[in-house]
Write a protein that binds this ligand. Sequence first.
Ligand code: FRU
Length: 479
Amino acid sequence: MINSKEILDRVNFLVEKHQPLVASDPYRLYYHLMPSVGLLNDPNGFVYYRGEYHIFYQWNPFATAHGSKFWGHSVSTDLVHWKEAPIILAPGEWYDKNGCYSGSAVVFEDQMYVFYTGNVKDENGKRDSYQCLAVSKDGIHFEKKGPVINVPDGYTAHFRDPKVFRKNNKWYMVLGAQTDAGTGEAVYYTSNNLYDWNFHGTLAGSGKNGLGAFGYMWECPDFFELGGTDILMVCPQGIEAKGYEYQNVFQTGYFSGKINDREEIFQHGPFREMDRGFDFYAPQTTSGPNGRRLVFGWMGNAEDENSQQPTTKYEWVHALTLPRELKWKNGKLLQHPVEELKSLRGKEIKFENTRLEKHKALRFQELVFEMIVDFNSFDTDCLTIEIGESKLIYYRKEQLFTFQRKHFSKPGLMEVRHCKLKELRSIHIFKDTSSIELFLNNGEEVFTSRVFDDNNVILLHIEDGSATLNIQKWDLKRV
Ligand code: FRU
C-alpha cells in the first residue's frame, strides 16, 4: 500500500514550489476554479452540505497531463468565493491504486457519502474498475469504505463515474458504461442503504429507444428531474461530427423524457448538445438549498497533441466553468450564470438604444468583464463582436451563430464552432483572462471556450443595415 501521508506531503511540496510561477501566469483566471498546480478535469461530488457548497474535482497535481487522479476540494457559501480544502481522495488502495476517478456525493443522516470509480491497471496495462464509497462526518475528512460494486457481466472495465441521487424513496446510481459489444450506455442501480446495490441494466444506450449506434463509451452521466421532465445528461465518446454538430473530440449533451420505474425504462427523445464551444465536458449538477438545479462543467475537453495550452509553461492547466443554473423551458435545457455572480460586478458602463451602422463601430477595452447585449432592432445580415482575437458573428440570413478563436499552438490559424439560431435577441458574455462563456437568447445556446489572446479590445460592428441595442458592461473583480 502506498503511504498517503507521503503522497500528500509531496503534493503540498509541489504546490508551494510552483506557487510563484503559477501566480505569475497572465492567463491565470480571475474568478474561475483552477488547480493550484497540475491538471484539473471533471467536477465531482457537487453537493450542498451543512450550509456550504462543496465541489470536488479530478486533479493530477504532479503534471499538466492526465495521470493518477486525486479528488481536489473547494468549499463556498455563495458559489463565487471558494476556499481550497485538503485533498479528500488519494489513489493508493488495491481498488483505486491508479486513480480515484470521477463520481458524486450525497448527504444522508448528516454524513457525506462520496462515490467514485477506483481505477486499477496491472503491469500489462489491463484495466479494472470498482465503484467505491468514502464517508465523512464533517465534509473534510473522509474514510474509504472500499468497493460497493464490481463490473457486471456483459460490460468491459470502462464502467465508471457513479452519480447517486434520491428518487421515489430510494437511492439510484447511474454509471457510464461500455458493453462487451463495444457500445456506449448509461446503466443504473438502486439501493436502500447506499451500501448494497441492485443492478437494473441499461437506462439508455446505443440501439435503445430509437437511438441508433451512439458511441463506444458514455462517460459522466447525471440524472435529475426538472420542470416535471427526467433528464439524462451524459458524455458519449466516439460520435462522428455531423454538419455543425458533434465538433469536439467528445460530446456533452442530454436526453429528456420520463423514467418508468416499474418497467425499468427511460423513454426519451433525441440527444441534444449542451454547449457549442470548444471546452465543455463532464458537467455535474446538484440541487441547491432552494431547489435550484446547479451545474458545473469542466472547461476543457480531450486535447489533440498539437494544442497544448499555454498555461502548461506555468505548471497548471484547465479550470471549471462558471456555476450555472439549469432551467427547463419549452422542451429545452437553458443555462444561466448563477445570480450570485453579480457580486463580482465592479464599474458599470451602460448604453441604451444605441444604433450601430456600417463604419460606426462600438469600441471598448477590457480584459475581464461581463457584458449583456440586448437587441431592440436587428436589421443587418452580419453582426460581429470581436473580443481580443476571438470573433462572434451572427449571420441573419443563414440563421447561424459562429464563434472563432485563435488556435492555441498553430500561429495564424483560427478555429471555428457554429450553431443554428433562428434569431439573435441577446448575448450575455463572461470574459475572464483566458476564457469566454456566451449565453445566447437567455441561455438557449451556450458557447464555452478557453482563449489565449494578446489584446483586450472589444469591437461591435455590422456589415450592412442597422441594429439598435442596449449594452451593460461591468468590470469583474478577481476573487
Ligand atoms: C472524463 C473522465 C471520466 C473519468 C475521469 C478520469 O473526463 O475520463 O470518465 O472518471 O475523466 O479523470
